[in-house]
Design a protein around this ligand. Sequence first.
Ligand code: NAP
Length: 305
Amino acid sequence: MRDDQRKKVLITGASGLLGRAILKEFEVDGSWECVGLAFTRAKGNLRKVDLKDVGAVRALVSEFRPTVIIHSAAERRPDVVEQQLEASRQLNVVVSQNLASIAKEFNCFLLYISTNGVFDGKSPPYKPSDVPNPSNSYCIFKFEGEKATLQTLPKSSGVLRVPYLYGQVENLAECSCTALFQAVLNNTKSKSVTDYGMRYPTLVDDIAIVIRQICEKALSENDFRGIWHWSGSEALTKYQMTKIMAEVFNLDFSHIKPASEPPTGAKRSNNSQLDCSDLMKLNFGRHTPFRVGIQECLRNFVNVS
Ligand SMILES: NC(=O)c1ccc[n+]([C@@H]2O[C@H](COP(=O)([O-])OP(=O)(O)OC[C@H]3O[C@@H](n4cnc5c(N)ncnc54)[C@H](OP(=O)(O)O)[C@@H]3O)[C@@H](O)[C@H]2O)c1
């Protein structure tokens, strides 16, 4: 393939958990020219840009001329959002609005990554057409980011909502799922882990496949637009996930007890299961079993003889 025939993708948040997997998926066969953006963790080929600097982002888009922009960057920790409301609104809402305006100016398809937290958890599973009712500031801002994207670029954007993510991490604390493994490893201390609230842990590599499939279909079909859902298929509490982590490495679990009280901190819904049948009907995606995916992600953090 000649260079000028290659599709071009710009990925925000490419140093993050999901963004790293997206970049890897688009780089896999050379058919896409990729630029990944990062901020505090910019290294290697990642370009450093503060997304709040709208002039710098516009200049970058003007220089690279992407066909697709995937907006994965966000402040995604609900408790941090509650503590830093204005800074988080700037990143999760204002940056998304600005990016949509830039994508419109340069005629790009924009895919905005959102969360199942836009739903209140009262009547799962949720279809893409169901009406959101977010219950904490993070989810309110993510929903505002969705609306800004779709309203600014109705003919050339989409939203992909995903639930609780896990993947290859730089350290266990990087993601809330792999952080649970710290309690398993630290077996000199008894620990309670919440057994309340269904999560649908989803491997970021599986989501990256779906994202690439969405972008390729959106480029070839002008009416493939709108809101989509993708989710892992297993309903697990954090306690159940922790138990599986111990089982796959034959580690002691007797020091971990289930806690049935809702966790403290920002309000989270109890079960915001996403209905992903629209994408499944298209044969999109992959569902890696949690047991298989998590073993691969944690392998480097355990000494198993
Ligand atoms: N994690 C989950 O369980 C989950 C669940 C549902 C939906 N989501 C959504 O999925 C997306 C990806 O989440 P994630 O877990 O991959 O997030 P993450 O690991 O926390 O990564 C966040 C990314 O945003 C970048 N970023 C933050 N502030 C920036 C700024 N001012 N300028 C430029 N880049 C900036 C970070 O860059 P540096 O690190 O280089 O500074 C990083 O690459 C988000 O939109 C999130 O809302 C996540």
